[in-house]
Each structure stands twice: as structure tokens, then as C-alpha cells.
Design a protein around this ligand. Structure first.
Ligand code: KMH
Ligand code: ZN
Length: 272
């Protein structure tokens, strides 16, 4: 039985620090969170950073310092977001790779995202993909909808396999404007994935738990964190990212698929 890869997405670009004090936004808060989440069972950290006013930023110096600090303090695989916030431009999103992370997200299509639009036209997707290959960064293909799976097939057909040779996807489910966060949508998405691809699933908001159970049952992996949900249970805000990771670990252990270590995850994902 394959162990469970657990990714934590602790911050995101959308949640407001003033309304959500537990959100890690400073480098110190992020490093502390990363250590706690590693101890709780995470192997990968999906990183968005904030500026001094806690607004999302893609500043290269800050990203570079963040990668270095996370590597110094943990063994986690450092995956930088190239999605950023819906307001970020394509050049700034490509420049994320200048921070030389282990891995990065690569979203395979445009999606309505709340009141905004998360823009990922084909031209940007292929430029980013080619840049990951030039820089030796391992992409994780983020799929918000079934059409994104079709674009992933096209990307692989035109440009070949990614750095590391292994295709790993994250199904981001339950975003208003994307696929539903439920079992039928998950079954349709995994059925459409390229042969040999592995996958994690993320349920946004109240879809977190159904998606987590469905993913474990179907042999997939898990992403959790305050980027994706701010409630631990109805009326009970998340106190810290580590409690979301601890819950994922507990469910994975019950499923008899305990968490992968970071070293096992590097091997699994083809990350040197
Ligand atoms: N913040 C969203 C608009 C990613 O990290 O690559 C995009 C996002 C995806 O979070
Ligand atoms: Zn993200």
C-alpha cells in the first residue's frame, strides 16, 4: 500500500490576517508553522508569502529568503505558488522560479475564483512549463476543473514529461467556479488523468472532509491548510495549520496509509 503524501498550504493569497490571526504571514510565523506541520506529518509545503502589511507578494528577494529559511529549519519539500493572487501578472508569476524552489504549482487553466478570475491561458501555461524544465523545478499540476485535465494532456503531448519524469497533480475541488468537491467529481477527474500520474486532492471550505475521505479511499494523497479552509468544524476556526495536518495524518493512519516522510516524498515525486 502506498503511503500518504501530505501537503500543507498554510497561507494562500486570499485570507485576511486581521480577520484570521492564526494565519502565518511573517517569515517567523511561516517557519514555526512549517516545523509544526512537519512534526504533524506533512512532507510538502505549498508557499504563498505576504509583505509587511500582510498583503500577498511575489517579491523575489522575499521568496528566495523564504526558500532558504524553510530549508534551514525543515526537511519539507518547498513548493512555491506560481498562482499568486488573482491580481498578479504573468511576468511576476514566471519570476517565482528565480527563487529556485524544489517544486512549484502550475495551474492548467483559467477558472472563476470567487469574484475574481484566476488567469491561466495556454500561452502562459506552456511558458511556465518550459521554464520549470529549464530550471530543473518539479511542477505540481493544479487542476480546478475537468478541462484543466485536457490541457495537462496537451502540455505533456507537446512538451514531454516534467523535471524528475513523474507527473503529480493536485485536484483543487470545491472552488466556486471550478469542479465540485464531492466523490462523483473526484472519480471523473482521476479517471481522466494521464496514465501513471499520481494525485493529491484538496477540498476548499466545507468540502475539506468529504474530499479527504474520498481521496484516501481512492488511493490518492492529501493537501490541507489554511489556504483552503479556515474552519476546523462548523463555528470553530482553525487554531493552527498543524491541527489540519494532524487530522489528515490521523485519517491516513486509520486508512492504513501512514504519511510519507519528506525523503520518501522526494523519491516519489522525482525531486532530487
Ligand atoms: N490564489 C489563487 C488565485 C496556486 O497557488 O498555484 C491561486 C492559487 C494557485 O493559490
Ligand atoms: Zn496556492
Amino acid at each position: 500500500m502506498v503511503k500518504t503524501l501530505i501537503t500543507v498550504a498554510p497561507t494562500g493569497a486570499e485570507a485576511d490576517k486581521a480577520a484570521t490571526p492564526a494565519l502565518p504571514v511573517t517569515l517567523d510565523e511561516l517557519v514555526t508553522t512549517a516545523k509544526e506541520c512537519e512534526a504533524a506529518g506533512a512532507a510538502v509545503i505549498h508557499v504563498h508569502i505576504r509583505d509587511d502589511q500582510a498583503r500577498p507578494t511575489l517579491d523575489t528577494t522575499r521568496l528566495t529568503d523564504t526558500v532558504a529559511a524553510l530549508r534551514e529549519a525543515t526537511d519539507l519539500i518547498v513548493q512555491l505558488s506560481t498562482g499568486g493572487a488573482v491580481t498578479d501578472g504573468f511576468d511576476a508569476r514566471l519570476a517565482v522560479l528565480d527563487a529556485a524552489p524544489d517544486a512549484c504549482s502550475l495551474t492548467c487553466g483559467t477558472v472563476n475564483f470567487g469574484d475574481g478570475v484566476f488567469m491561466n491561458p495556454w500561452g502562459f501555461i506552456k511558458d511556465l512549463y518550459q521554464l520549470t524544465k529549464e530550471r530543473g523545478v518539479v511542477p505540481e499540476f493544479e487542476l480546478f476543473d475537468l478541462g484543466h485535465v485536457a490541457t495537462l494532456h496537451r502540455l505533456l503531448a507537446e512538451f514531454g514529461p516534467p523535471t524528475g519524469g513523474h507527473v503529480h497533480c493536485d485536484l483543487v475541488m470545491g472552488v466556486p467556479g471550478g469542479m465540485a468537491g464531492d466523490l462523483p467529481a473526484l472519480a471523473a477527474a482521476i479517471d481522466a488523468l494521464p496514465q501513471g500520474a499520481t494525485w493529491s486532492a484538496t477540498g476548499i471550505g466545507r468540502t475539506t472532509i468529504p474530499v479527504m475521505y474520498s481521496a484516501l479511499a481512492a488511493g490518492g494523497h492529501l493537501r490541507v491548510g489554511m489556504e483552503d479552509t479556515l474552519s476546523y468544524a462548523r463555528g470553530r476556526p482553525v487554531a493552527a495549520n498543524a491541527e489540519l495536518v494532524a487530522r489528515a495524518t490521523q485519517l491516513a493512519e486509520i486508512a492504513q496509509r501512514p504519511p510519507m516522510s519528506s525523503a520518501e516524498a522526494r523519491d516519489y515525486l522525482g525531486i532530487a
